[in-house]
Design a protein around this ligand. Structure first.
Ligand code: SF4
Length: 379
């Protein structure tokens, strides 16, 4: 991934940090008015409410990137999410056919705070994945492994999958993607989220003893003997989401004891012990739809990011909605994008000195698109 060369910003970030939210909101709206349809502010479902209030579109990472890429007027995207999401938006908005439609002009994608990364995506660096692939090749024919990356990963990993006959998945199509992979090879390497990989494969009859977890810090075959790897169906990467990892089986038991009739609704990035106990497990989209479709008076304990659960609570007062964990589980990196960073990045954009442009290099874009397009054929 390359960050485009940027002219020196007209405005420094520091003074924005001492402004009141009302002032920041007023100035953000002024830039939105000035740039009109050329600008799209994208707000991920896990984003804080103050930022969501200024978003043109709200959704999960892939949905947002797709919606923004479909807009014919949009020339600038400010992605209030995390780094890999902005990369995906850049890849989809600037794919070859879109560039041709715009006479070669790129859509600029801005991430208001470059420190807004994703702990899960960071757990699988391309160098580690390449080294693991080579090590696996000592005992397994890698032509018989399909690499599958969750969309929550760096563009370099998506490109790795594109180059090696692999594919991208989201939390809503992971099962279909694994089916696709098993039609081609007898094994899958699934990264970076071990929980989504495991929870999905378990529903397909694959057992835990067929799913070794590859430790990228263990140079001896990821911590396994050759026999274990030869027996494997899905090799899981040792990565997880620091938010969803916090939910525990005891939280489910406590709610069921305290609140008769409560239903447990979780994201499949949660550990298996939680996912197995849940009444419903599904993507962010499925969680939202499940709550929207429920009857008044339904009781839920929801295991996903705190901002989304609080928003569902506010939007559905007719239901009883609880957060599944007694401890706060929020996406701390996404939370870095606040009104100060949003206002600062927007005013620089309007001044012609954009900051924090995310631009994926041509080769990575090309191979990432191969893996993304395979996913689109499946789902
Ligand atoms: S919630 Fe988890 S997977 Fe999603 S962006 Fe935050 S750390 Fe990454």
């Amino acid at each position: 991934m390359a960050t485009a060369t940027e002219p020196a910003p007209k405005y420094d970030l520091q003074p924005y940090k001492s402004l009141e939210n009302d002032e920041l909101s007023r100035r953000i709206e002024a830039v939105r008015g000035e740039l009109g349809d050329r600008l799209l502010i994208l707000g991920h479902h896990y984003q804080q409410d103050e930022v969501i209030a200024h978003s043109d579109l709200r959704g999960d990472s892939y949905q947002l990137s797709q919606m923004a890429a479909q807009s014919s007027d949009c020339r600038q995207i400010v992605f209030c999410g995390v780094h890999f999401m902005a990369e995906t938006a850049d890849i989809l908005a600037n794919r070859p056919e879109k560039l041709t439609e715009r006479d070669g002009r790129r859509v600029q994608v801005v991430l208001p705070d470059m420190a807004a990364g994703c702990s899960m995506a960071d757990m699988a660096a391309i160098e580690q994945v390449e080294a693991a692939w080579e090590d696996m090749g000592e005992v397994i024919d890698t032509n018989d492994i399909t690499p599958v990356t969750y969309i929550n990963s760096a563009a370099s990993l998506k490109a790795f999958c594109g180059k090696h006959g692999g594919i991208v998945c989201t939390s809503s199509n992971a099962a279909a993607v694994l089916e696709w992979a098993f039609q081609r090879t007898s094994r899958v390497l699934f990264f970076p989220d071990q929980h989504l990989g495991r929870n999905t494969a378990l529903t397909m009859g694959i057992t835990n003893d067929q799913m070794p977890v590859w430790n990228p810090f263990d140079n001896d075959l990821g911590g396994h003997d050759a026999e274990t790897l030869l027996r494997s169906k899905v090799i899981l990467w040792q990565g997880h989401c620091s938010v969803h990892q916090m939910f525990r089986a005891e939280h489910v038991h406590q709610f069921r004891e305290r609140t008769p009739g409560i239903q447990i609704l979780v994201h499949p990035e949660c550990p298996q012990e939680v996912n197995d106990l849940a009444d419903v497990s599904g993507s962010t989209g499925k969680i939202i739809q499940t709550v929207q479709a429920a009857e008044a008076g339904t009781k839920w304990a929801i295991g996903t990011e705190l901002h989304l659960v609080n928003r569902l609570k506010a939007e559905h007062p007719e239901q009883e909605i609880h957060f599944l964990s007694p401890v706060i589980c929020m996406c701390a990196t996404m939370y870095r994008i606040d009104l100060a960073h949003l206002c600062w990045s927007l005013e620089n954009l309007a001044a012609g000195t954009p900051v924090n442009i995310i631009e994926v290099d041509e080769e990575t874009t090309e191979w990432s698109l191969v893996a993304l397009e395979r996913m689109l054929q499946v789902s």
